[in-house]
Ligand binder design. Sequence first.
Ligand SMILES: *[C@@H]1O[C@H](CO)[C@@H](O)[C@H](O)[C@H]1NC(C)=O
Ligand SMILES: *[C@@H]1O[C@H](CO)[C@@H](O)[C@H](O)[C@H]1NC(C)=O
Ligand SMILES: *[C@@H]1O[C@H](CO)[C@@H](O)[C@H](O)[C@H]1NC(C)=O
Ligand SMILES: [Zn+2]
Length: 579
Amino acid sequence: MEKTLPLQEQPCPARPASKPRNAIVGVLFPLAVAAYFLFPSSLPQIPFRSSDVSSQAPKCAQPAALFPRDSGDELSRAYDHVSTESFRNGTIARLSGAVRIPTESFDNMGAIGEDKRWDIMYDFAEYLKNTFPRIHKDLKTETVNTHGLVYTWEGSDSSLKPTLLMAHQDVVPVPDATKDAWTHPPFDGVYDGSYVWGRGASDCKNQLIAIMETVELLLDAGYKPKRTIVLSFGFDEEISGRQGAGHLAPFLFDRYGTNGIAAAVDEGATFETAWGQLFAKPGVGEKGYTDVSVIVRMPGGHSSIPSDHTSIGVASELIRAIEAEQYPAHLTDDNPYLGQLYCGAEHAPEFPKKLSKLLGSRAKSSSMCPASKKKPDYLALEAAKQGPAVKYLMQTSQAVDVITGGVKVNALPERTEVVVNHRINVGETPETAFSHLTSLAKPLAKKYNLTLHAFDGTAEAPMSISLSKSPNTLAVAPVTPTDVDIVSPYAVLAGTVRAVYGEDVVVAPGIMTGNTDTRYYWNVTKHIFRFGPGYDSQLDDGLGNIHTVDEKVSVTNHVNAVRWFMLFVRNMDEAVLEE
Ligand SMILES: *[C@@H]1O[C@H](CO)[C@@H](O)[C@H](O)[C@H]1NC(C)=O
Ligand SMILES: *[C@@H]1O[C@H](CO)[C@@H](O)[C@H](O)[C@H]1NC(C)=O
Ligand SMILES: *[C@@H]1O[C@H](CO)[C@@H](O)[C@H](O)[C@H]1NC(C)=O
Ligand SMILES: [Zn+2]
């Protein structure tokens, strides 16, 4: 714990050469994938797969638009119905109704059953029951930890792993002080001709309702899935999901086993135009998380006869040391942002030349060790110039966010606490931050004759500097495979995006700087996608003001999400997945 500084040179991990993502050049590639989907049995293996790949082969091949093969009249009609005004009107009403139920989850929620604020979730479950009667009649409906909702549509082939669709029922609370700032009241679900407004409209009752619409429509059309479809809706995602996803994931783990689910889609990243190109960016990774608390305890006393340094002064010295040194920007081979850069280089007209060159040399040198101090990761450093939102896809963030110390002007502060928030970069661990902070605190403890308790279980003690991690510390999520040279869930997802939005959209691996309910599902499936599949080319409003005033969703975006889910479920059903 004491000797590995994040900025020190670390040995390059002896990983096997990364698997070639694809083996033939652009044009043939989507054809091969399409052929594979169309004739899975006649093409047991894509023939080019095992051949050698040169460093110049494309790394961001795009699967062709993928439509379900088996489209009976009823299913085609159901799909076409989604684009009608009558469906649009209906789903506006159903989404607005969902927004009107204020399912706020508060940071200080008490136990379920005791804290009455949870009870609003009963209303929401009742609302779903009345609004989607067919689902409640035909599917197995279970509740987990009172308000977690699981719907199971049993497929005809139990040897196929289920498709899991997720969303959360709760929303971020609307503080009283901000209610007046809303254009339309946050829980009225107003439709203004383009948008549905309100808290939860885009985070993420839109996703939940889109999933329900999809299943209801497929049931109405007489669809018979081979692959089981599972819906899992948590109810406290906005306060870390412990009660909801924290119980739902183990429930599904018990039922289906380790990696017993083929793929999971939850809320997450969406569409974005970058370098002159529209990208869909399903989140295939999530940064890690830790808050470190630093407590400095020193003698009190009257401030007329002070010591030269108080606990506030020592804590300040530590803060200064923390801020003097940022974590390095670096891109490991499995960081999804590296994939995005390749996609930009290969598909975006305005991709910067300099980045393109750096990528080229990176692709050529297989033995690079980007994390090393002696050899900075020039690619990451150059890419980071695009701004903090990009930089922190490749760098552990640190922010001193909380400080408390001192109670009185004439008393020396006996205790000062500082909390440092971190989001851990792919390729690092929370321990990277722990050892870094330990190395900064150590000389200070020595200088001021204090005992150092570094992550040793002592939260605080007199005459000491104590470092401890928060209970919600989370490792970096395993990265979902993004192979498109085999029939992978990612290839199915990407093909479905291009089926709904056309082949001008490029699908690139996304990475989340925040965490979703999927943090509890790592053992349930290797194929987790944090993805909002709705997009409206006319009203491209990004994330729709989530977590702030005037949250809203474009109805076209929402309807497109339904179209996407309808195709995705059926494409997954037909895919003969290779892992
Ligand atoms: C949809 O709603 C609009 C506005 O309320 C209405 O004018 C229109 O007739 C409705 N269309 C259908 C097909 O129900
Ligand atoms: C450091 O503290 C110890 C007791 O905690 C004390 O015995 C010692 O004299 C102190 N040394 C200095 C240099 O203040
Ligand atoms: C999930 O996997 C992790 C690490 O592989 C393990 O520590 C944990 O116990 C597993 N959880 C379950 C529910 O099996
Ligand atoms: Zn959310």
